[in-house]
Design a protein around this ligand. Structure first.
Ligand SMILES: Cc1cc2nc3c(=O)[nH]c(=O)nc-3n(C[C@H](O)[C@H](O)[C@H](O)COP(=O)(O)OP(=O)(O)OC[C@H]3O[C@@H](n4cnc5c(N)ncnc54)[C@H](O)[C@@H]3O)c2cc1C
Length: 667
């Protein structure tokens, strides 16, 4: 019998001369298989290599982020100094870099995700998929690199390496989970966008622990030592329990379970993770206790995040805010929160909003539709009443509005009769997109309550355009709503922003696509592109169409169509018919008239046409900010990638790049 991983060198361990029917000999041999004195040192080195890789990736992303911020700030300065086309790439170097960025964008933007049949299965965009595959390849490379030792410890070596790599995932897992997110702050990506990586690191850890469990068990089984190991070692029971918990943690985060019982999910997730960490600590053998360092670092990161969040929360709510509610068409509530503490946030930020009287112990993410300089500094939310909390808010607001109307009719109403609720604010978070003011052309496109994200950006552009000259020349604001009356949610805000931008010479176009309004879609000749309505089948709703992302093939086939569309005046004509007619005959005429600057179109937007036309006319880099249902998100992603590729950005065609940011209301 030779020494294995327990000596100062790795000599192959073999079972020659071992009598496995003799308990003492079998036990001694088992201990030699388990002895990882050298193996653990090597495995820990590989765990460190993993972190070197992570640090390099975060470092590069941080540099790219700093470069991005500086570049955009320089454009703003150039515009203020009245330089021509400040958002365009003028030098050969900037065109070369712009070309490289365009290639990366074209590869990373597309997303193909099932929309209806398997709606719970959300496939991330290509960029995330590439990142995840690289991560997986890196893990497997570290697991198997120079890890083929001969003899009875072959599988011990593979198992030990996997376990050290697994435990080294814990700090990364927790770094990606926090809301006060260090990685996010460095690389300029908000915590909710990192959440998908958090889930995949958990899956990576599950894979490594599966390898650890599988290799160790196989190695013991080869010599019939499995039973002996379970009878004489405390590690297997704690290990299998930790493995089961990790499996549960991964399964319970799958979208159908997570979304169905969200509040329960959050509580059990934290408790399960605490139990998991406890079992991991108990599982680590006394010969390798320094492996716990990885766990301690993870715990430290978790508590630091909690501490920062708690302090911010305490500060923001030391003088609780007041919320007033207004029920609007479409089951939506406009919530106006007057806070003395939360006075600054970036456009597109969201907070966790709690109104204890209407949902005890609940706080829900909601995007701030206002900016600090609008609405007297109040935070304004437009929240769709869906299930529990949001529906309760909407019902309360509707009840209040109807009793208010009765009082108003009876003449017994005063301005003070508006009921205010105590509101608690967590955040603000998010808004990690590039500053749209630094682009030549901006397309803001949203569906339904996604307007909260695009409106706050529009308001911010208008506010900043008033203060100084921006690189911005043109803004197209596209909003997809089911019914015309939904536009009342933000009539005043839109009107003010459009007026301010126009006053500063910025070309603004507001296009509202209506998909499910009988008054609108039934009108003869009012159908825009992509919405064919058979009125004999019932109300003319085009929302199914709206959610359908154009397939890659369809986009490829449509290159000819793009040219046709540019010369076509049919769409233009039908839009005018729709707006004119509706102004005369619809019951909603007042509301439509109140948006005289907006063009109303029936049916879903033709994303390809919109993006292509804007890109053709842009005199510098263009930005697309989108927020809406998954269909709209995937559609705009694929369209932008396609248009950028078609126009051969910075490849001698004179075409400028297209930046895209897609915000979604789920993670
Ligand atoms: C960043 C972000 C911004 C959002 N902004 C808006 C907005 O401006 N307007 C709007 O109408 N909707 C917005 N939403 C969606 C809104 O938060 C949900 O529709 C709402 O929380 C659903 O709550 P509920 O009481 O109706 O249903 P519930 O049954 O309580 O929840 C339904 C689903 O909502 C999600 N959810 C609930 N609570 C949370 C939470 N604390 N954290 C994360 N997800 C949660 C979960 O997926 C859950 O399964 C946003 C969501 C996110 C993630």
């Amino acid at each position: 019998m030779s020494m294995g991983g327990g000596g100062s060198t790795l000599t192959p361990l073999n079972d020659s001369g071992v009598d496995f029917s003799n308990f003492t000999q079998a036990y001694d041999f088992q201990q030699e298989i388990l002895d990882d004195t050298i193996l653990q040192v090597i495995a820990n080195t590989y765990a460190r290599y993993f972190w070197y890789g992570i640090v390099v990736v975060i470092g590069l992303a941080t540099l790219a982020n700093i470069g991005r911020i500086v570049h955009l700030k320089l454009r703003i300065r150039a515009a203020a100094a009245n330089r021509a086309r400040p958002a365009a790439a003028h030098t050969r170097l900037s065109q070369f870099v712009g070309g490289l960025i365009a290639v990366c964008r074209e590869a990373s933007y597309p997303q193909f995700s099932p929309l209806s049949t398997y709606s719970w299965l959300k496939v991330p965009p290509f960029g995330i998929l590439i990142l995840l595959l690289t991560y997986l390849a890196f893990l497997l490379a570290l697991e198997f690199d120079d890890n083929d030792i001969p003899g009875a410890q072959h599988y011990t070596s593979l198992g030990v390496r996997a376990s050290w790599l697994a435990v080294a995932q814990i700090p990364l897992l927790l770094l990606l989970a926090g809301k006060a997110n260090l990685i996010g702050a460095l690389v300029g990506v908000s915590y909710e966008r990192l959440n998908v990586l958090h889930r995949w690191v958990a899956r990576g850890m599950l894979l490594l622990i599966t390898l650890h469990f599988g290799y160790q068990s196989y190695g013991w089984n080869q010599y019939g030592l499995m039973q002996l190991e379970w009878a004489t070692d405390t590690c297997p029971p704690t290990g299998i329990a930790a493995y089961a918990l990790l499996l549960w943690l991964n399964l319970s985060t799958l979208a159908p379970i997570r979304n169905r019982f969200y509040e329960i999910f959050v509580v059990q997730h934290i408790l399960s993770f605490v139990a998991f960490v406890y079992l991991v600590m108990a599982h680590i053998p006394s010969t390798a206790l320094y492996a716990r360092t990885w766990v301690y670092v993870g715990i430290g990161i978790y508590f630091l995040d909690r501490l920062i969040r708690t302090l911010c929360y305490a500060y923001h709510n030391i003088r609780p805010a007041n919320a007033t509610l207004e029920a609007l068409d479409g089951g939506v509530t406009k919530i106006r929160v007057q806070s003395k503490q939360v006075k600054s946030w970036a456009p597109g930020s969201h907070v966790f909003l709690a109104i204890p009287r209407l949902g005890f112990g609940q706080s829900h993410p909601a995007t701030i539709a206002s900016i600090p300089s609008s609405h007297d500094g109040d935070l304004v939310f437009i929240l769709m009443g869906r299930k529990g909390f949001t529906q309760n808010i909407n019902k309360t607001a509707s009840r209040r509005d109807s009793s208010y109307s009765k009082k108003e009719a009876a003449g017994s109403v005063s301005s003070s009769s508006e009921q205010a609720y105590i509101a608690l604010i967590g955040g603000p978070y998010g808004a990690s997109h590039s500053d749209p003011a630094a682009f030549d052309t901006v397309l803001l496109i949203s569906g339904s309550t996604g307007i909260t994200f695009t409106l706050s950006n529009l308001l911010s552009l208008a506010h900043r355009a008033r203060a100084s000259k921006l690189p911005l020349r043109r803004v197209d604001f596209v909003w997809v709503v089911k019914q015309v009356c939904w536009t009342t949610w933000v009539t005043e805000e839109l009107a003010t922003a459009v007026r301010d931008l126009k006053e500063k010479g910025i070309d603004v176009n507001v296009i509202i696509h209506v998909t499910c309004d009988d008054n609108f879609t039934r009108l003869e000749g009012s159908h825009g592109k992509g919405c064919s309505c058979d009125l004999s089948l019932g109300p003319c709703c085009c929302d199914a169409d709206i959610q359908a992302a154009p397939s890659f093939e369809k986009l490829q086939d449509s290159s000819d169509e793009i040219t046709d569309l540019k010369n076509e005046s049919k769409v233009e004509t039908s839009e005018k018919v729709a707006v004119t007619v509706i102004s005369k005959s619809s019951t909603e005429n007042l509301r439509v008239k109140s948006l005289p600057f907006a063009t109303f179109v029936s049916g879903r937007p033709d994303l390809l046409e919109i993006v292509y036309n804007l890109a053709e006319q842009a005199e510098g880099e263009m930005a697309v900010l989108a927020c809406g249902p998954l269909g709209l998100s995937t559609g705009i992603r694929n369209t932008v990638a396609r248009v950028s590729d078609d126009r051969a950005v910075h490849k001698g065609t004179g075409a400028e790049g297209i930046y895209l940011h897609v915000e979604s209301f789920c993670w």
